[in-house]
Design a protein around this ligand. Structure first.
Ligand code: BTN
Length: 323
């Protein structure tokens, strides 16, 4: 019996006794308890309800590649290189990096949990099993890095479109592509480029979305964090439906980006830009800079109104000043 089997057995949200779980899997109750503890140590809030047994505080859907594929339009299915769901990977993006030489364009890999999830700027990305979504997509481009400015911002717009499709409205974008609510970060996007400046290149696009965070996970995140369940009024979107919406929007959105670049979605970005008009503090290679957010330009640079005039910023860590 593996942690995956326990999570799948509890996914419906009803309480199940340790002996029923043990009987179903043909193992001892001690073996069940051991796997429950493994899941708890990874952040899954399994409750013990006395004689009634173990239960999750809410139902969840185990990721299912066949269900995701079945809900994609035929045109999108045809463009997918592969669609894989794993129980655990070190990181879905690291997995695609390992296979970058041979994996076809638009290969998509999901995992229920990651043992070494990666965020931007070398940070770790918390990846408890079953609660959130961890997806990576390999996209090949003929035109080279030079044509990819604004890609990471365009991806923020693509993810917001997927969220809206599953009924989650009200998320904003913090440059370059953090997904935010008023309470904190809902998700993040990591874009890693491989290849040549002017020749063929490939982007490994990693997307992490918080669907359910417990109090303990919010604390571990080390930054203000929020989840889509709260934003959607207490009910998190169906994980397979969200994965399918994301894959469909990625397929369409990345094709549009190849044709039109960031200019094709800059208006959508501006509608969701949470930094515009705010007092910002930037840290990065240029040192510390302060100013007022003045939107983004057509190639995705952050515009900052400073005492020395308007500056275009290509890379920096941005925070909003409170006072
Ligand atoms: C960020 O720091 O905001 C970016 C977070 C990106 C996390 C996702 S989860 C799926 C993919 N695999 C990883 O290891 N990272 C990305």
């Amino acid at each position: 019996m593996q942690p995956r089997d326990i999570l799948a057995a509890l996914a419906g949200g009803e309480a199940i006794s340790g002996s029923a779980l043990a009987e179903g899997a043909g193992v001892t109750r001690a073996a069940v308890w051991k796997q429950i503890e493994v899941l708890r140590s990874r952040g899954v809030p399994i409750e013990a309800r006395g004689a009634a047994g173990y239960r999750l505080p809410w139902p969840l859907q185990m990721l299912d590649a066949a269900a995701i594929e079945a809900s994609l339009p035929a045109g999108t299915r045809e463009q997918l290189g592969c669609l894989e769901v794993h129980w655990e990977l070190d990181s879905t993006s690291t997995e695609l990096q390992r296979r970058i030489a041979q994996a076809p364009d638009m290969s998509v890999v999901l995992a229920e949990t990651q043992s070494a999830g990666r965020g931007r700027r070398g940070r770790a990305w918390l990846s408890p099993p079953g609660l959130n979504l961890y997806v990576s997509c390999l996209k090949r481009f003929d035109a080279g890095f030079a044509a990819l400015s604004g890609l990471s911002l365009a991806l923020g717009v693509i993810v917001l479109r997927a969220l809206e499709r599953v009924g989650v409205a009200g998320a904003g974008l913090k440059w370059p592509n953090d997904l935010l609510s008023d309470e904190g970060k809902l998700g993040g996007i990591l874009v890693e480029l491989n290849g040549e400046y002017q020749g063929p290149c490939a982007a490994v696009i990693g997307i992490g979305l918080n669907l359910r965070l417990t109090e303990a996970l919010r604390e571990q995140a080390g930054q203000p964090s929020d989840d889509l369940g709260r934003l959607a009024g207490g009910i998190a979107p169906d994980r397979n439906a969200l994965a399918a919406a994301l894959i469909d929007e990625l397929t369409q959105g990345l094709r549009a980006f190849e044709r039109e670049g960031f200019a094709g979605c800059v208006d959508d970005y501006r509608r969701h830009d949470v930094l515009r008009g705010k007092r910002l503090q930037l840290t990065g290679a240029l040192g510390d800079i302060e100013g007022i957010g003045a939107g983004v330009d057509a190639r995705g640079a952050l515009l900052l109104e400073t005492t020395q005039g308007l500056r275009r910023i290509d890379s920096a860590d941005v925070s909003v000043r409170r006072a």
